[in-house]
Design a binder for this molecule. Structure first.
Ligand code: ZN
Ligand code: ZN
Length: 345
């Protein structure tokens, strides 16, 4: 079969490799759509290395069709449409036992320890099947949208502890695919006013079309002035950093109301240590929340939201490429001109 193989840092090659062989307890999925994640770009450039093997097939956001079913697998049949949570928690560590399987100490994932989805076929090890990592995709949901159920799940996980509720004012900093998904999920949770800050006009326009109430170009306008104007001088109930820029951490803290919740959703590059005005957290009793990966239950919620139309991810896919153009696709994903780039093997 053909696959995009990460040979070493900065070298991703489209080539023929041996197709995976499954045993009686495994599944083989024909990959129909595989989207490129910011994390894949960081892996490509060697900025993320944990669990990454060389050479290997990377990629962890995908949807496809069951191509082959092991004799002992009873839950799936050939031809079924599915998408997957690529992270497998161990089930037994402190975090797994305390409702935080997304930060499991022994987790393994497709696209890291196991070969990923930038290939015609992907093998699904038995535990992913028995532990509920696979979700069936309704026929009316295109594969390209099914592939986005994974990043949407990460957004749902990130918003869980933010407790966005009816009437909240939410500020989202950054309107990449993740910022746009945050906007959609916040809206579905009942936020009444969503302000999105984004310097790139194309992305600003997109998030506006998707229903953001106010969009602002932070280069030309003060986000803080705007947020105070929009909240009777109080500040926002919730602020979500959907871009890992150390320069905006203090601004995010300064635009939240007292008792406001701030999500540091986006990761920062290793070693980035922005100075933080800790008195903002102290005197304003702010709640600062992190976010990592997803839980299996989020994938179920994600597919439900997509299937019902509560979120509409279709238009987020701005560019599709055949698998043989994987290097062009990566370049497009990095260019900032695309929202979400999807490979169709
Ligand atoms: Zn991802
Ligand atoms: Zn665990």
């Amino acid at each position: 079969m053909n696959a995009g193989v990460l040979k070493r840092v900065d070298e991703l090659v489209y080539m023929e490799i041996e197709p995976p062989e499954i045993d009686e307890s495994e599944l083989l999925i024909r990959v129909k759509a595989a989207s490129i994640c910011g994390t894949d770009l960081r892996i490509f450039h060697g900025k993320k290395t944990k669990g990454v093997r060389y050479p290997s097939v990377i990629g962890h956001e995908f949807a496809g069709e069951v191509a082959q079913v092991g004799d002992k697998v009873t839950e799936f049949v050939v031809g079924e449409r599915v998408c997957l949570d690529p992270v497998l928690p161990c089930g037994g560590c402190f975090y797994c036992l305390n409702g935080m399987e997304n930060v499991c100490q022994n987790r393994v994932a497709l696209g890291y320890e196991y070969d990923g989805c930038f290939a015609e076929y992907i093998k699904i090890p038995s535990k992913f099947i028995t532990q509920g990592n696979i979700q069936k995709l309704p026929t009316h949901v295109p594969f390209t949208v099914g592939a986005l159920a994974e990043p949407l799940s990460c957004v749902i996980n990130g918003q869980r502890r933010l407790n966005i509720s009816v009437g909240d004012t939410v500020v989202i900093i950054g309107a990449g695919p993740i910022g746009i998904m945050h906007m959609m999920v916040a809206k579905a949770s009942g936020a009444s006013k969503i302000i999105v800050s984004e310097p790139n006009w194309m992305r600003r326009e997109t998030v506006g079309n998707f229903g953001a109430d106010i969009t602002i170009d932070p280069i030309k306008q003060s986000l803080k002035v705007m947020v105070l104007e929009q909240t009777d001088g109080l500040g926002a109930d919730v602020v979500i950093l959907a871009i890992g820029n150390p320069k905006i951490v203090n601004e995010a803290l300064a635009i939240a109301r007292k008792g406001g919740r701030i999500s540091l959703f986006a990761g920062f590059s290793a070693g980035e240590m922005p100075p933080v005005d800790v008195n903002l957290i102290h005197y304003n009793e702010l709640v600062v929340i992190g976010a990592s990966a997803l839980q299996r239950r989020d994938m179920k919620t994600s597919v439900r939201l997509i299937a019902s139309g509560a979120v509409n991810l279709g238009k987020l896919v701005t560019d599709t490429f055949p698998l043989r153009k994987i290097t062009e696709a990566f370049a497009m994903a990095e260019s900032g001109e695309a929202i979400k780039v999807v490979l169709e093997p």
